[in-house]
Design a protein around this ligand. Structure first.
Ligand SMILES: *Cc1c(COP(=O)(O)O)cnc(C)c1O
Length: 378
């Protein structure tokens, strides 16, 4: 195996990170918070247009803080997209709440607002109301947020977007997550920009963000000694990682362009094959194409998704099935699910292709050649 491995979405530095990390070292702010964290949060709010932001250890931590602020607790239900990563669902469980999974629609692959409306109406008939709705912005594409907010409004249910995969995405001209009660972002190593690990909770609600900031640092009351009247978390982002984030944020728009070019390349090079379809881009926004995702119809293509994945793996190319829907996960067996057929069929047929922004034309051609060969072999 001497060809270099192609990864799904590896980190891609801008070149400015080391200088910023060096500055953090020079200032001796190695310790948790410091000027880099403040600057990262400030620059993040400027980029996204979300007014307030708190930098934390992960996207999962950011969502946990949001749900905690909204009072999610034991006995509550939280509505979630079923087609998502587990980090979208665990915070509700950490709070003792019960997840309810909502299926995707075929046009956006995100939470189906009609199913959400049905389920909210059903809950009302039973005299219940979920504590929060958490729609995921999947693979760099915003959910139909205005419709989701309109569906939630009459019930007074807040929506927090899991925008972990959608930094840089637009919805009706604004940044993904803008307009929700809060939005959660991730800087995990495979995301469009990374701090090696980290997250951001952003919102136009200052009180929500300030309370999350308080909780993220062990809920220390204002006092010269350590005084606590609430239980918090140790979730804050370190100053060193924030320095990396600042360097990454500077090239985010460039990364979005590169991701979209990669998608365009794949579509051009594979779009003529029978049985290959691409994740649709919803007309209401701009998808970052964080990952290029294809659907393979075995009857037409001549091989199934798994055969393609194995052929790529044999050439040292990483690809991956879509997120396995949460309602199919053993840990969530028995959880209520609204619909489910759409996400199941997407999971069955879907494959995420290498989408690293540092990929060369030759790298992309390697991927395309393997997939075309699988088709011509049959
Ligand atoms: C990456 C991701 C998360 C979690 O982010 P971490 O920073 O890894 O905790 C949550 N939801 C989705 C949809 C993600 O892709």
């Amino acid at each position: 195996m001497n060809k270099p491995r192609l990864f799904l979405s590896p980190p891609h530095i801008s070149g400015e990170e080391q200088q910023l990390v060096q500055e953090a070292f020079a200032s001796n702010y190695i310790a948790p918070v410091g000027p880099m964290v403040d600057a990262f949060e400030q620059e993040f709010t400027e980029y996204t247009g979300l007014s307030h932001a708190v930098a934390v250890a992960s996207g999962t931590a950011a969502l946990h803080l949001a749900l905690r602020h909204l009072g999610v607790g034991a006995g509550d239900e939280v509505f979630l997209s079923t087609l998502t990563f587990i980090g979208s669902a665990t915070p509700a469980v950490y709070q003792g709440a019960t997840p309810v999974f909502i299926d995707s629609d075929r046009q956006t692959w995100n939470m189906d607002p009609d199913l959400l409306a049905e389920e909210l109406a059903g809950c009302k008939r039973r005299g219940r109301r979920p504590k929060a709705v958490v729609p995921t912005d999947l693979y760099g594409q915003s959910c139909d947020l205005d419709r989701i907010l309109a569906v939630c409004a009459p019930y007074g249910v807040p929506a927090v977007t899991d925008s972990a995969e959608a930094l840089g995405a637009r919805y009706k001209g604004r940044h993904a997550g803008k307009g929700a009660r809060a939005a959660v972002f991730s800087f995990n190593g495979n995301k469009i920009i990374t701090t090696s690990g980290g997250g951001m909770l952003a919102s136009d609600d200052r009180e929500l963000v300030e309370n999350a900031r308080f909780l993220s640092q062990q809920a220390r009351d204002p006092a010269p000694h350590y005084e606590h009247s609430e239980i918090g978390y140790n979730y804050r982002m370190s100053n060193i990682l924030a320095a990396i984030g600042r360097g990454q944020l500077r090239v985010l728009d460039e990364r979005v362009e590169q991701k979209r070019r990669i998608f365009a390349f794949y579509r051009e090079a594979l779009g003529d094959l029978p049985g290959i379809a691409f994740m649709p881009e919803a007309p209401y926004g701009v998808c970052t194409r964080w990952l290029t995702v294809i659907l393979i119809t075995p009857e037409a293509f001549g091989a199934d998704r798994e055969a393609v994945r194995l052929a790529l793996e044999a050439e040292n190319i990483e690809s991956r099935p879509l997120w396995k829907p949460m309602h199919l996960q053993p840990v969530f067996r028995g959880c209520r699910t609204v619909g489910g057929g759409v996400s199941e069929s997407l999971f069955q047929a879907g494959l995420c292709l290498p989408s690293g922004t540092a990929m060369t034309g030759a790298d992309l051609a390697r991927v395309v050649e393997v997939i075309r060969n699988v088709h011509s072999r049959v």
